[in-house]
Design a binder for this molecule. Structure first.
Ligand code: PMP
Length: 449
């Protein structure tokens, strides 16, 4: 391998990183990760840590799943690529569609459209939601509702429904006709409501109000994450998603469940919608669908939505898609990942270890008063919101967040920083001892403040 300095210098000179300032690469060179095994990653200095980020909420099976690796490798030799645009398909993509459909059968999903990742899946749902209403004779339904603090990727559609200015302002003007409701975030919300069930009701009222204002016949869909991930792991009250479903039903609005993080067992259930007992009309997925080993996403559609497309004439044609939709190698990764997800029953482990991680962090919150809010307890998604003044809830400054992250890393765990939140989503295969490593490393990280 090239020496460390060569890599660091050329990274700064030539490689632009997502969600990073190009100028920062020289000042704060990123860690160079060279290998991984189990739930551990190792950097170029041979420092090995437990990866509490799971890559980027995606390496659900850990880094050493040979079944998935072998399936990818075999497919590369059999058929490394062929297009699935009209006129051709491949056997592995067909197998993958069966596997994904079976996985989401309990969510009522009947059809799958493969993409190259989460943003693509979101875009596919948004576009097909508009087409669906057009096919049903309601072409005025073009607007989208979403939640503040939601994250739906970085395409123009996804950015337009995103609920954080950071991902929006620099790229405006975005898609017109996108409106944002308050997030079910009990720690801070415009109603000053700390009770989750009461907050869910308040947001439901705000949604009814917005629908009345816009006109229900102008709204295509509500897109939401069952548990908001990048926005800080915001866990709603159990009544929240069912309330959203009910309002959508009453007004002919489609419900798109963005399951890019919550799909495939992360919440302790097969999907986030299932976790709350809701059946959406569409789902966007990615990440855990291949455990991050290959870039694949899938947009899913209910039988009822599918019927509208399939029973329409020429207008039902889907003039949307990606060169890598139904990629044979990606499809091989999907088939193997879903089989392993089932065989290892990772969702059960996610539920158990998620509770352990959440309770461990709650223990730390007793010790450190700059821990303002701890969110989780529903599978392996945990968020810790840090504040420099707990009464005023002043967000912790960036330099301190970085110091905590660095000290946690030195002490044995990689955690992710999102604004003034620490975000954790380790592989679903993690053991109890490895969860303890994360908690102890966080303790060491917090002790530097
Ligand atoms: N939706 C959600 C809920 C996500 O968390 C993400 C990515 N973190 C995306 C969409 C976008 O996915 P990708 O980065 O694969 O495009």
């Amino acid at each position: 391998m090239r020496d460390d300095n060569f890599l660091k210098e050329n990274n700064a000179r030539h490689l632009w990183h997502p969600m990073a300032h190009p100028g920062d690469q020289q000042k704060n060179p990123p860690r160079i990760i060279t290998k991984a095994e189990g739930v551990r990653i190792t950097d170029i200095d041979e420092h090995s840590v437990v990866d509490a980020v799971g890559g980027l909420w995606c390496v659900n099976l850990g880094y050493s799943n040979d079944v998935v690796k072998e399936a990818i490798s075999k497919q590369l030799y059999d058929l490394p690529y062929y297009s699935a645009f009209a006129g051709t398909t491949n056997p592995t993509a067909i197998e993958a569609s069966l596997a994904v459909r079976e996985y989401f059968a309990d969510d009522g999903m009947g059809r799958v459209f493969f993409t190259s990742g989460g943003s693509d899946s979101v875009e596919t749902c948004l576009r097909l939601a508009r087409q669906y209403h057009r096919l049903r004779g309601e072409p005025t339904r073009t607007k989208f509702l979403s939640l503040k603090k939601g994250y739906h990727g970085t395409h123009f559609g996804g950015a337009s429904v995103n609920g954080n200015n950071r991902f929006r302002t620099k790229y405006e003007p975005l898609l017109p006709g996108c409106f944002h409701l308050p997030s079910p975030y009990t720690y801070r919300n415009p109603f000053n409501e700390r009770d989750g069930a009461a907050l869910a009701q308040a947001i439901a009222c705000a949604m009814e109000d917005e629908i009345a204002f816009q006109g229900a016949n102008t709204i295509a869909a509500l897109i939401m994450e069952p548990i908001q991930g990048a926005g800080g792991v915001i866990v709603p009250d159990e009544t929240f998603m069912p309330l959203m479903r009910d309002i959508c039903d009453r007004h002919g609005i489609l419900l798109i469940s963005d399951e890019v993080i919550t799909g495939f067992g992360r919440t302790g259930h097969g999907s986030g919608a299932r976790h709350w007992g809701v059946k959406p009309d569409m789902m966007s997925t990615a990440k855990g669908i291949t455990s991050g080993y290959f870039p694949v996403g899938a947009a899913m559609f209910s039988e009822a939505v599918a019927d509208v497309f399939e029973s329409s004439g020429e207008e039902g044609g889907i003039y949307h898609g990606y060169t890598y939709s139904a990629h044979p190698v990606g499809s091989a990764a999907v088939v193997a990942t879903l089989a392993e997800t089932k065989r290892l029953n990772t969702q059960a482990n996610a539920a158990e270890r998620g509770t352990q991680l959440y309770e461990g962090v709650l223990g730390l919150a007793e010790k450190y008063d700059f821990i303002g809010d701890v969110r989780g307890g529903h599978g392996l998604m945990t968020g810790i919101e840090l504040v420099s003044d707990s009464a005023a809830k002043t967000p912790m400054d960036g330099a301190t967040m970085t110091r905590i992250q660095d000290a946690t890393y030195e002490a044995g765990a990689m955690v992710r920083i999102g604004m003034h939140n620490i975000l954790m989503s380790p592989p679903l295969t993690i053991t109890a001892d490895e969860v303890d490593v994360i908690i102890n490393a966080l303790d060491a990280g917090f002790s530097v403040v």
